[in-house]
Design a protein around this ligand. Sequence first.
Ligand code: FAD
Length: 333
Amino acid sequence: MCGFHTHKADNPRSPGRAMREIVIAGGGISGVYLAYKLAAALDDVKIYLVDPKPYHEFVMGIPMAFAGILRFEDLKMSFDSLKRVEHIRDEVVDVKESGLKLASGGVIKGDYQVLAVGAFKIGDDFYSVEGAEAFYKAVETATTVRFIVDELHPVIGFGELATAIKTLWPQKEVSIHLVYVHPDYKWLFDSFSAVYAKYGIVVTEEPPPAGNKGEVHVVVPELNMHPLAKGLKVGALFETQYDRTYLIGDSSLIKLGLPPIGWGAIWQASVLAQAIVSEIKEGVADVEVDEWTYMKDPDKFKQYFTYRMTKGVPLVQLRGLYELWRTQIFGAL
Ligand SMILES: Cc1cc2nc3c(=O)[nH]c(=O)nc-3n(C[C@H](O)[C@H](O)[C@H](O)COP(=O)(O)OP(=O)(O)OC[C@H]3O[C@@H](n4cnc5c(N)ncnc54)[C@H](O)[C@@H]3O)c2cc1C
């Protein structure tokens, strides 16, 4: 195993070489999806997944747990069940040419390093499974729930939570206060307006009135660059300035001027997997360009997401998506 000491890989650009080692830091949405794509395409690969938590959190399913479609605990998937991937319970604390430095003191390096560490969140916690469950308990007894959005990059999902609350408890007043959102990101929320109106959720740009008894005010958390991502450059294939070291997921999307959302993280994982697999198999990184994988056209990206968000089935109703993730994506690892 290459973990916990400095490992010198052979040149991954030599096709035909045996076993490759890939280190993924972060077992969230993008890290798990990348591991899945790599494991599905490569027989001779050893994948290490470094994450300080003992379980993967399927955070996109939190609105489903809110709506009672799933239990909160169903969203935690233990890394102990992994067979094709080795979980290293540790935290990456620095990125260097020599590899990823771990909190436990060692350095881990494979043929490829991928940072999929998400973003740093500041605000009320509905983005972790535990935080969301505590928030659910507060909402149960509230008469009114107000979501306040006043930051550059809010954590997405509050609209889905508002929809779930209004569906479960139609008598509760639910409002979203879009006081400020970065202009590059606002289109995403504007595209939801008709959906919110349909559910009877008030959307306004005014801050909420002072809270009365029975009201829950939620400061929608801000997504900030992960400390590890701060000094990294990100290129067209999400490569950083360090050899065969990549950054995908929320922090990468922010750097690229794209909305930090799960579908974007999955898209990046999918593009990067194509590049790594083709480089290992054929010696050159080859990525098929389709209408929305072409990085240099953010408008296409926006069109795709606007379509998905406005025409797609609200995620809160997609139990099938959760089952697919649990059995065929996480379950395949
Ligand atoms: C309630 C909610 C609903 C959402 N709904 C949607 C939706 O409907 N559609 C959509 O597109 N997006 C949605 N999102 C957003 C989506 O979940 C995120 O964009 C996505 O999870 C980002 O993936 P990621 O892999 O970048 O980070 P994350 O999923 O946050 O994973 C990061 C992982 O990295 C680990 N980590 C952190 N630091 C380190 C370190 N130093 N070393 C090692 N590991 C580390 C963490 O423990 C974590 O496991 C929602 C988010 C929330 C909170």
